[in-house]
Design a protein around this ligand. Structure first.
Ligand SMILES: Cc1cc2nc3c(=O)[nH]c(=O)nc-3n(C[C@H](O)[C@H](O)[C@H](O)COP(=O)(O)O)c2cc1C
Length: 364
């Protein structure tokens, strides 16, 4: 097993066995939607479906990028993909770098399209690989490998900064992103991995021709935490300490969704610490077009296909229930319901120049 394969296995094991959760909230705990005592609709008629990257989804939900590259990863991908296909939700694969470097591992990614022939499938490649010299050709190979409907390019400066021998070359990435956008035949999604995205970067990415942004903010899986545990296992004291002090680094998911959705026309995927259908509805009301979750689905996938399906069904039911309680018959209506933001999240947004008028305080 080579070094990347070992690292992939460690990520899965440590995410499942150790505490890798940020200790601060997503900000969604400060977000309130207004209850409608007279919703003027029947719960049964709430229509949760959306269209994204040319695919029809039963609800605005995506299994975020998790894995690929090892036999264990293939098993997990197969379970995740079957659930995505059956329940008509989207699915992202983990970084395909390993398959580009070692084509013998391609089948661990291809299994996703095999098990989910009609689902929205999103490919994945990292910024460090782009600044190292990969470009549109490699990106297109990722797309073709799994017949992806879109390609996510992950941004993970925090993880690389902590990782032993991390790849911290982030200079010139924007130019490379532009090259990929122009050179591949599907939409590009720029995706963080747990630290959120500020509006300044979102505006630049929109100018670069990117179509969507997965904010993946603070509040869920912390890569500083994952790298802290890895460093501890391999006896790297400095990285261990670095991971600990940066455990909660970044922009909370709710803040990132408001900043980026109010400053650009990008499609926004909210992720990072979203765990329930109620949080999912709040994220959409704040301005997201869809929501992603990684760790909860990984945990259920290793329990088995039934546990995963049951969990996704529950989330979808929670989501539909909130749509009913705020009187939103369609997802587009949910995007326009009034939102109240309290406490630290409101204060953070205010200091960044976003006022309640920007996130709709009253029904219109
Ligand atoms: C085990 C594991 C592996 C991951 N690998 C990738 C990856 O290869 N590419 C990527 O873009 N994000 C990756 N992520 C990040 C997730 O897609 C997501 O952005 C992050 O975990 C926050 O979501 P969560 O709080 O729901 O877990 C991974 C997450 C986990 C838990």
């Amino acid at each position: 097993m080579d070094a990347i394969e070992k690292r992939k296995q460690r990520h899965i094991r440590l995410s499942l066995e150790e505490d890798v959760q940020a200790d601060i909230g997503t900000g969604l705990e400060d977000v309130r939607l207004i209850h409608r005592a007279l919703p003027e609709m029947d719960l049964k008629d709430a229509s949760t479906g959306i269209e994204l990257f040319g695919r029809r989804l039963s609800a605005p939900l995506i299994i975020s990028a998790i894995t690929g590259g090892t036999e264990k990863a293939k098993e997990i991908n197969a379970v995740l993909a079957s659930a995505a296909e059956d329940l008509d939700i989207g699915i992202g694969v983990g970084s395909q770098r390993i398959a580009l470097e070692n084509p013998e591992t391609e089948h661990t990614f291809r299994v996703v399209r095999e098990r989910a022939p009609s689902a929205l499938v999103i490919g994945n490649l990292g910024c460090p690989q782009l600044s190292f010299g990969w470009g549109a050709r490699e990106a297109q190979r990722c797309v073709e490998m799994i017949e992806a409907d879109a390609l996510a390019i992950h941004m993970n400066p925090l993880q690389e900064a902590i990782q032993v021998e991390g790849e911290t070359h982030y200079r010139g990435v924007l130019g490379k992103v532009r090259e990929v956008v122009d050179g591949i035949d599907v939409s590009v999604v720029m995706k963080e991995t747990g630290c959120g995205v500020a509006y300044e970067e979102a505006v630049k990415l929109e100018e670069a021709g990117v179509e969507a942004l997965d904010v993946s903010g603070v509040g869920g899986t912390s890569w500083a935490a994952v790298e802290h545990h890895i460093a501890r296992e391999v006896g790297k004291r400095e990285q261990e300490a670095l991971g600990e002090v940066l455990w909660n680094w970044g922009i909370p998911t709710a803040v990132s969704v408001v900043e980026t959705s109010k400053s650009t026309k990008l499609k926004i995927i909210a992720s990072g610490g979203i765990r329930t259908g109620v949080e999912m509805a709040k994220a959409i009301a704040l301005g997201a077009d869809a929501v992603g979750m990684a760790k909860p689905f990984l945990e259920k996938a290793v329990e088995g296909p039934d546990a995963l399906r049951e969990h996704i069904r529950l989330i979808l039911r929670e989501f539909r229930t909130v749509m009913f309680l705020v009187g939103a018959g369609e997802v587009e209506e949910l995007k326009r319901v009034p939102v109240i933001i309290l406490g630290r999240t409101a204060e953070w947004l205010r200091l960044r120049g976003f006022s309640p008028e920007d996130y709709a305080l009253r029904s219109v």
